[in-house]
Design a binder for this molecule. Structure first.
Ligand code: SF4
Length: 214
């Protein structure tokens, strides 16, 4: 799928790639079948927010259905997907992952911050508590799951205490891999119109370096 309807305040993607468009399931399945015939061993389904995949004309077919069908094309072919948005991670997707041994137990779940007030400023649509509850519920159903994430440090107005919550979230979740980027304001975003990029560059860098202690 392409585009994004979420409008996180720091993000330029909805302005550059437009509204969400889901590629027809028949076209995806055809491509996966062709790749399988060529001996390709691994396929990654891509979208800014794969959980929003929806085909209204096909009775509201959702991402779990697509993943189920793609996984069934060739049980020897590994299937990955990225990225699922933590605000709307359906149980059905976890169930499909559990049922197919060829769907990799590896989830990239971009948290962006561990502080609920910062998450609200980012307009991410979840709190720290809701994110941790999602992680707990996924690990209950997929005990061997490997988790990765993206984080931003130094978003508009972020205090040292708020950034400490990002570090404590990382410690609590114990990701297999996490990327931490210093915030860089983009023109045209909501943050550019409404907020001030007021965390000095040296503070952003210092916060980025703190992650090394985890
Ligand atoms: S961060 Fe991701 S979910 Fe948010 S607006 Fe950008 S592309 Fe969409």
């Amino acid at each position: 799928m392409r585009g994004c309807d979420n409008m996180c305040t720091y993000c330029i993607v909805p302005f550059t790639r437009g509204r969400e468009r889901s590629r027809p399931v028949s076209s995806i399945l055809r491509e996966v079948e062709q790749l399988s015939e060529k001996g390709v061993k691994e396929v990654t389904l891509l979208g800014q927010n794969v959980n929003s995949y929806r085909l209204p004309k096909k009775g509201g077919l959702r991402f779990a259905d697509l993943l189920n069908r793609v996984a069934a094309v060739n049980p020897e072919m590994r299937i990955r997907f990225t990225s699922p948005h933590p605000k709307d991670f359906p149980d059905e997707v976890v169930e499909v992952i559990r049922q197919h041994s060829n769907v990799c137990k590896n989830l990239h779940m971009p948290a962006q911050s561990g502080n609920s007030v910062v998450l609200e400023r980012m307009r991410r649509g979840y709190t720290r508590e809701a994110y941790l509850e999602l992680v707990r519920s996924i690990r209950l159903k997929l005990p061997d799951v490997a988790l990765s994430s993206d984080f931003i440090c130094g978003f508009c107005g972020e205090t040292d205490e708020e950034f400490e919550d990002t570090l404590s979230l990382m410690e609590e979740v114990r990701y297999n891999q996490a990327y931490l980027f210093a915030y860089s304001m983009r023109e045209r975003t909501t943050a550019h119109r409404r907020f001030k990029d007021d965390v000095p560059p040296d503070v952003k860098q210092r916060r980025c370096l703190k992650r090394n202690k985890i």
